[in-house]
Write a protein that binds this ligand. Structure first.
Ligand code: LMR
Length: 349
């Protein structure tokens, strides 16, 4: 009997050991180290949404910023870029940023003017003459002063980026002089000053989301629009219009914005690395934007059935004089501080 009990115990013990070995419960080797899992718990992700194509000044700058942030933080921060309004569009991106549905967006400053009317100063026609003037204003103390106006919205302004000078494109007839704009339905970004600019020349401004411009031009819901060469080329607007007039009548640039609660949640060393990445990207992007617009203008010149006309100096001066009431509109209805005179000290008249 005793033998039988000992035998049974020994058998059960042996079977248990065999089962454990088979299931890898005994003598299990540690799991191989998986690089992908490194720092998984400390990984910080920034979702960055924007509305243009990747091969544009903003698209390229967003990718550069993502790359630099990852490098400077040793991979602790990853920036996922969502271009082409694939996550949010002009109409809902700012709200998404405020709600924390996305950590970063890069709207044109014109699109922020319903929140910060004073930023319309940057939409004034013929205010800037050169890209260098734009750089000095947007990256210096004036730019800083403008970014401070974001505070009541709980948004952290990281800086401004540039795209370039805007020109006009039209579906049916070329714009040789401002009189040719009369009666046209012209798409604008949502900014009262930009709307005024077209009202002054007898056109009807139609504020529309960027993602709708192509189809609105195609269906002739709008007959003209203003934009930079890079946006016109990358979005294929030349396919649904026949004419472009180089007017250089205004600028298009961006505010790089981050949800403030998210910003404040970042450790201070990470904040510093993000700002370093931002500064490096900004220095690079102002030059890159100029080059890209020049390249895209050359590509536009090669398109069949697309005529490019340079507005003569005489007509540009007439256009500029005609638009003078837009400044009165800004001064009387919008201006909240003396930022315009600050800018006028930098730009040549
Ligand atoms: C536009 O709406 O025309 C531009 O703001 C698009 C952009 O973001 O460059």
């Amino acid at each position: 009997m005793k033998k039988f009990i000992i035998g049974t115990i020994a058998t059960v013990l042996l079977l248990t050991i065999a089962f454990g070995v088979q299931q890898g419960l005994l003598f299990a080797k540690p799991l191989p180290y998986d690089d992908e899992q490194k720092g998984l718990n400390t990984q910080i992700t920034i979702h960055l949404s924007h509305v243009v194509a990747e091969n544009t000044p903003k698209g390229q700058a967003a990718s550069k910023f993502a790359e630099l942030v990852e490098k400077k933080t040793n991979g602790k921060v990853k920036v996922h870029v969502y271009p082409n309004s694939s996550l949010f569009n002009d109409e809902n991106e700012f709200q998404a940023l405020q709600n924390g549905q996305v950590e970063m967006i890069i709207p044109t400053f014109s699109k922020m003017t319903s929140y910060i009317p004073n930023w319309q100063v940057l939409d004034l026609p013929y205010l800037f003459n050169t890209d260098d003037e734009v750089h000095e204003v947007l990256t210096g103390s004036i730019g800083e002063q403008l970014l401070n106006e974001l505070k009541p919205f709980h948004i952290k302004g990281l800086g401004f980026w540039h795209n370039g000078f805007k020109h006009l494109t039209s579906v049916d007839h070329p714009i040789h002089a401002f009189e040719d704009l009369k009666g046209l339905r012209v798409r604008t970004m949502p900014s009262k000053t930009l709307e005024k600019q077209f009202e002054v020349v007898g056109a009807t401004p139609i504020p529309t989301s960027f993602s709708e411009v192509f189809t609105d031009l195609e269906s002739n819901t709008i007959n003209a629009q203003e934009n930079t060469a890079s946006n016109i080329y990358s979005k294929g607007f030349y396919k649904v219009q026949k004419h472009m007039t180089l007017t250089k009548h205004g600028i298009l640039g961006y505010a790089v914005l981050m949800n403030d609660k998210f910003w404040r949640s970042l450790p201070s060393d990470i904040q510093q690395q993000v700002m370093e990445a931002m500064k490096e990207t900004t220095d690079w992007q102002f030059e890159q934007a100029v080059e890209m617009n020049e390249e895209d203008l050359q590509k536009l010149k090669q398109q069949e059935n697309f005529e490019i006309y340079t507005m003569s100096n005489k007509e540009r001066q007439r256009f500029k004089d005609k638009l003078a009431p837009v400044y009165d509109f800004y001064r009387n209805n919008v201006q909240e501080n003396d930022v315009l005179s600050e800018i006028e000290k930098i730009v040549s008249p």
